[in-house]
Design a protein around this ligand. Sequence first.
Ligand SMILES: Nc1ncnc2c1ncn2[C@@H]1O[C@H](COP(=O)(O)OP(=O)(O)OP(=O)(O)O)[C@@H](O)[C@H]1O
Length: 261
Amino acid sequence: MQHVKTNGHGSVAALDVAALSYSYGSKRALSDVSFFIAPASFTVLLGLNGAGKTTLFSLISHLYNTRNGAIRIFGHDIDRASGEALRRLGIVFQARTLDLDLSVYQNLSYHASLHGIGTRDARQRIDALLASVELSDRLHDKARSLSGGQMRRVEIARALLHRPSLLLLDEATVGLDIQSRASILATIRRLVVTEGIGVLWATHLIDEVDDNDHVVVLREGNLVAKGSVADVVKSTGKQTIREAFSQLSGLDARKATGAQT
Ligand SMILES: Nc1ncnc2c1ncn2[C@@H]1O[C@H](COP(=O)(O)OP(=O)(O)OP(=O)(O)O)[C@@H](O)[C@H]1O
């Protein structure tokens, strides 16, 4: 049986990233990144464009093979026990991935069948999830007819079909209006409380961080801060997470030298 590593407090981390590095040829995208997220918690992965967020997600979701370091999902190593690990993972990628010519129901039921969920169970699950993302009335509409925010919510429902315990979202609110952004963020935060899901929410938008969140800050592939918002703010000597992120991500230095941001 596979050894399940705990986070030092006796409980198994929802996600444990240990000494992870990754390069595209000679281009280093991640350097020795380590952090964990607790079950039923909301962690914001903060980083400017090019910080390495998408690369990290591609490694966690096993699109890329881990060459240096390790990734465990609820103790299951993504390379050595990928089936066990991926069964617990739901993911919403930055790029849109719905089939626009299929209905909402067809998009979801296809995904359910890929996960081996039977037709009846799938139908119940789809109805419940569409209700939770407030799209029950769009079941038979073509994906093409939905707004950007509604498509995102269908993608979130799809990522939850197989009842994952860890959910990753990569810039889930990019391109959406303020109201849709707030609604999607509220939906995900609710899932943490009602379903006990551990969430890793990648963004470069600092106003998506709440005072009670945990944050992981990446800068050019290096992890430059991790912990509660209060601890990260304190570690920088700043007053707010916005100011702390500006310093940690190098924006302050760029502004000081008059570089374009
Ligand atoms: N396929 C690739 N080939 C070469 N370099 C890449 C490739 N994908 C990403 N990179 C580089 O790796 C680094 C990290 O990119 P990544 O896409 O992971 O960052 P990101 O934080 O997700 O940024 P964004 O928010 O712009 O998507 C960047 O310097 C990027 O140019």
